[in-house]
Ligand binder design. Structure first.
Ligand code: SF4
Ligand code: SF4
Length: 133
């Protein structure tokens, strides 16, 4: 199964204004370090140590698979994947920022206080897609 992620030059992270959406953005100069940090989280399969917010989750029964959230997740997190039949947030990669929530047309992205570690089978897809984001 092949998962898709947004084209990175569509995201425009460094162009985001300050404000609710800007809180999870990084400057252009900091982006390589941020992407490296994402790679480290993928390798360790753990969330950022300094993240205070819980991750988000997508309620599949409400999601219309429009991919708006996928395009809005900042590059330094890259936590949302389209698996074909559904769209998922990987909690270990999700800072809870919550840029995606602001873009969802049906408001189906919820706080996931009781998140569970991602299955090894899912990580294999994430490992494959890491570095292409
Ligand atoms: S809250 Fe949404 S936009 Fe923010 S990191 Fe998590 S999945 Fe990405
Ligand atoms: S923006 Fe909302 S409806 Fe669209 S794919 Fe994401 S979670 Fe689903």
């Amino acid at each position: 199964m092949e998962w898709s992620r947004p084209r990175r030059n569509d995201v425009g992270v460094s162009n985001r204004p300050e404000g609710p959406k800007g809180e999870c953005s990084v400057s252009e100069n900091a982006l390589p370090a941020a992407k490296s940090a994402r790679s480290e989280r993928i390798a360790a399969r753990t969330r950022g140590e300094n993240w205070k917010k819980p991750p988000r989750r997508i309620e599949t029964s409400e999601c219309i698979t429009c991919d708006s959230c996928l395009r809005s997740c900042p590059e330094e997190f890259g936590a949302i994947f389209d698996r074909g039949l559904d769209v998922v947030i990987i909690p270990e990669l999700c800072s809870g920022c919550p840029a995606c929530v602001l873009e969802c047309p049906v408001d189906c992205i919820y706080v996931d206080e009781d998140w569970q570690p991602t299955d090894a089978s899912l990580w294999s897809h994430i490992d494959l897609s890491a570095g292409t984001s």
